[in-house]
Design a protein around this ligand. Structure first.
Ligand code: SME
Length: 164
């Protein structure tokens, strides 16, 4: 009982923190059209808002290559530079257009281990106003199963507000 209560309280707190982060990000980005500035701000502000974020950033669709992502603004240790659509968790999000939530990255086929401390991960596709895929937003945690439906809803809402 106590555990269920605590979990509910924590989820409500986390949802509240996503809502606050969304407001702060919107206010910083007000009037700023540059895509790199928008991505850098989202990565920085979300990484600073949550303890369970270990690596936070964007892989951007490279218009000069066939179905390939290239690293964009991020916070964290060195990320790999390029990821083909369909490869690893980021590539799966790009290829399917669906959010990927992975409780144990070591069990995910083709997972790309940029930092061996990453244990779980969420990758959310980023669409522009016209519905075109422009990037994926990748958050890794050094804790297993760190991301739940509250993270997914919070991140998806922020990305929609900032980029669509
Ligand atoms: N883990 C990702 C690769 C990117 S990094 O972790 C920064 C993946 O498998 O898509």
């Amino acid at each position: 009982m106590a555990e269920a209560f605590n979990e509910k309280t924590l989820s409500a707190d986390k949802a509240q923190r996503y809502a606050e982060a969304a407001d702060e990000i919107a206010s910083v980005l007000d009037g700023e059209p540059n895509l790199t500035a928008r991505m850098a701000t989202v990565a920085s502000m979300l990484a600073a808002s949550f303890d369970h974020y270990f690596w936070t950033g964007f892989y951007v669709v490279d218009p000069t290559r066939e179905r390939e992502l290239v690293v964009g603004p991020y916070q964290g240790t060195l990320g790999c530079l390029r990821i083909a659509f369909g490869r690893g968790v980021c590539g799966a999000a790009a290829a399917t257009g669906q959010t990927q939530r992975v409780d144990d990255v070591h069990a995910f086929p083709g997972h790309i281990a940029c930092d061996s401390r990453s244990a779980s991960e969420i990758v959310v596709p980023v669409f522009d106003r016209g519905g075109a895929l422009i990037a994926v937003f990748d958050v890794d945690s050094d804790r297993p199963a760190a991301f739940d439906a509250v993270d997914q809803q919070g991140i998806e809402a922020i990305l929609k507000a900032v980029f669509a």
